[in-house]
Design a protein around this ligand. Structure first.
Ligand code: GAP
Length: 448
C-alpha cells in the first residue's frame, strides 16, 4: 500500500522515538552525518550481529578481521582510489551550488526551481560548469606536521585491509582457497550530495567479504554469492516485489571490477542501491604486490603451482539495511484490522527489532508490578531486548510498542495472581495467548 508522505513520517518517528538524530543537531547539524539514538543503536547492532552470524560464525570458509580506518597512504595509490575514486561534479555558475553530474542528468533534483534536468535546483540557472572529477576520500594528516608527506585518508571502503592482510590471514588461519575474509566497519566518503534521510551519508558502516577463488572459478562463485546476498534481505522479510537486480554497464564499472551487479530496493524516493556483488579479479592483490614488493600469490598444494587469486566481493551498507527494514516494515492501519485508522505498526523481524518484548503490569501498585519487574529482569538476563512500561492504558502501551516494532507484549493482570499465567500479545496479528510464567522465558527465546 502506498502511504502519502511516508519518508517525512518515518523521519519524524525516527527522531521522536530515538532511532536516528541529525548529527550535531544543536549546532544546526552537519551534512550527511547521523547519530543513532537508544533504539537505533540497538537495531543497528542487531543487524551487524545477524550479518556476522550469517556470513562468518556459520561459515567454516570465512574468517573475520577488524582493520584500521587509517592505512598507509600507499594502499590508496595501489588500490587506484587516489586516481579513480571520483564522482563527476558540476557547479552552478550563478549560485555556486554543487551537484553530481550523473544525478542531475537522471533528473534527481527536478523540483521547484529546476523544471528540467539541466537546471540548478537552487536558483534555476542553466549555466553549469563542465563536469570535473571530484575525489571522494577525506584527507587528513598523520602526526603533528601538516605537509604533503604526512597526508593520509579515512578509508572509503573496508576492503583494502582484507587485501593487504591476505597473506597474514591465510597463514594464521590455515584456510585454503576458496575462502573469504569478512569485515564490518566504518567508511567515509565526502559525497557531493547527501540526502534521502540517511541513505547517502558521509560516514557510514559497511559489511564486506573478499572471497578468494581460483581464476576460472570466479564466475560461478559470483552467482552463488549474489543469491546468498539477496537471500539475506528475503529472510528478513523484505517485500520481494520491491527488490531488483541491476547489472552495471561495462563502461560504468568501478576501476577494479570486471562485473558488478547491485541489489536495489524501490524506496519512496525511487529505486536505489542496497548492496552489490563485484568481481574484482586479481586486480587488488596484483596491485599490492607491485606497490609493496611483497608476494601476494597463493601456493596450490595440489598442483604445486602458484597463482594470484581472483576475488568476489559481496558488500552491503549497514545503514541501508536498516533504512530498508524501516521503510519496508512501516505500515499504517486502514481501520479494518481492529486498529484505529492511521495507527502505525513497524513490522520488523524479531531478530533485529530494537525492543523484542514489552512488559506491562496492568496497574502500577501492588503485586502485579512486582511480578512484571521479575519477568522483565529475567528477560534482560537472558539477553532479550525488553522494555518495561507501566504508564497509560494497556491499549496505549501496545500502540507505543507497535510503532517501534516490538514483536511481543506481555501483560501481567489480576488473573495472573490466580493462574500464574500472563497475556502475550503478538504485534502483527494482535493475537493474544495465555502463557505460564514459568515457561515464559523459553516461550520468547524460542521465537527469536
Ligand atoms: N568495497 C566495495 C564498495 O565499497 P560500494 O558499492 O561503493 O562498494 C558498498 O559500497 C555499499 O556501501 C553499497 O552497496 C551501499 O550499500 C553502501 N554505501 C555506499 N555509499 C554509501 C553512502 N554514501 N552512505 C551509506 N551507504 C553507502
Amino acid at each position: 500500500m502506498r502511504i502519502d508522505g511516508m519518508m517525512e513520517k518515518l523521519v519524524s518517528l525516527c527522531k521522536r522515538r530515538g532511532f536516528v538524530f541529525q548529527g550535531s543537531e544543536i549546532y544546526g547539524g552537519i551534512g550527511g552525518v547521523w547519530h543513532y539514538g537508544p533504539l537505533g543503536v540497538e537495531m543497528k547492532k542487531a543487524i551487524k550481529d545477524l550479518w556476522w552470524k550469517t556470513f562468518v560464525t556459520k561459515c567454516p570458509d570465512i574468517v573475520g578481521i577488524e582493520g584500521a580506518i587509517l592505512m598507509n597512504p600507499q594502499v590508496w595509490s595501489a588500490s587506484g582510489h587516489i586516481e579513480s575514486f571520483t564522482d563527476p561534479l558540476v557547479e552552478c555558475k550563478q549560485c555556486h551550488a554543487r551537484y553530481r553530474a550523473d544525478h542531475m542528468k537522471e533528473g534527481k533534483f527536478v523540483g521547484d526551481k529546476a523544471k528540467e534536468a539541466d537546471q540548478c535546483p537552487v536558483c534555476g540557472s542553466k549555466e553549469m560548469t563542465e563536469a570535473r572529477n571530484f575525489n571522494l576520500m577525506f584527507k587528513t594528516f598523520l602526526g603533528p606536521v601538516e605537509n604533503e608527506a604526512n597526508i593520509t585518508y579515512l578509508r572509503p571502503e573496508t576492503a583494502q585491509a582484507m587485501f593487504t592482510d591476505f597473506k597474514l590471514v591465510l597463514e594464521s588461519s590455515r584456510q585454503k582457497i576458496p575462502f573469504g575474509i569478512a569485515q564490518i566497519g566504518k567508511a567515509f566518503r565526502n559525497e557531493i550530495t547527501t540526502g534521502d534521510f540517511f541513505f547517502r551519508s558521509r560516514e557510514f558502516e559497511m559489511g564486506e567479504i573478499e572471497y578468494f577463488v581460483k581464476p576460472g572459478e570466479d564466475e560461478e562463485v559470483f552467482d552463488e554469492w549474489f543469491g546468498r546476498w539477496k537471500q539475506f534481505y528475503l529472510d528478513l522479510g523484505v517485500d520481494k516485489t520491491k527488490l531488483r537486480e541491476r547489472e552495471h554497464a561495462k563502461d560504468a564499472l568501478a576501476h577494479y571490477s570486471k562485473r558488478t551487479v547491485d541489489i536495489e530496493y524501490e524506496f519512496p524516493f525511487g529505486w536505489s542501491e542496497l548492496a552489490g556483488v563485484a568481481n574484482r579479479t586479481d586486480y587488488d592483490l596484483s596491485q599490492h604486490e607491485k606497490f609493496s614488493g611483497k608476494e601476494m600469490k597463493y601456493f596450490d598444494e595440489e598442483t604445486g603451482k602458484k597463482y594470484t587469486p581472483y576475488v568476489i566481493e559481496p558488500t552491503m551498507g549497514i545503514e541501508r539495511i536498516m533504512l530498508v527494514l524501516l521503510v519496508d516494515g512501516y505500515s499504517e492501519s486502514d481501520g479494518t484490522d481492529g486498529r484505529e485508522s492511521g495507527e502505525v505498526v513497524l513490522r520488523l523481524d524479531p531478530r533485529i527489532a530494537p525492543m523484542q518484548v514489552g512488559v506491562f503490569p496492568l496497574v502500577k501498585k501492588g503485586k502485579l508490578p512486582e511480578i512484571a519487574q521479575k519477568i522483565y529482569r529475567d528477560l534482560l538476563n537472558e539477553g532479550v531486548r525488553a522494555f518495561y512500561d507501566e504508564t497509560g492504558s494497556v491499549g496505549r502501551r501496545y500502540r507505543r510498542q507497535d510503532e517501534i516494532g516490538t514483536p511481543w507484549c506481555i501483560t501481567v493482570d489480576f488473573e495472573s495472581l490466580e493462574d500464574n499465567k500472563v497475556t502475550v500479545r503478538e504485534r502483527d496479528s494482535m493475537r493474544q495467548e495465555r502463557v505460564e510464567i514459568d515457561n515464559l522465558i523459553n516461550y520468547i527465546v524460542e521465537k527469536i
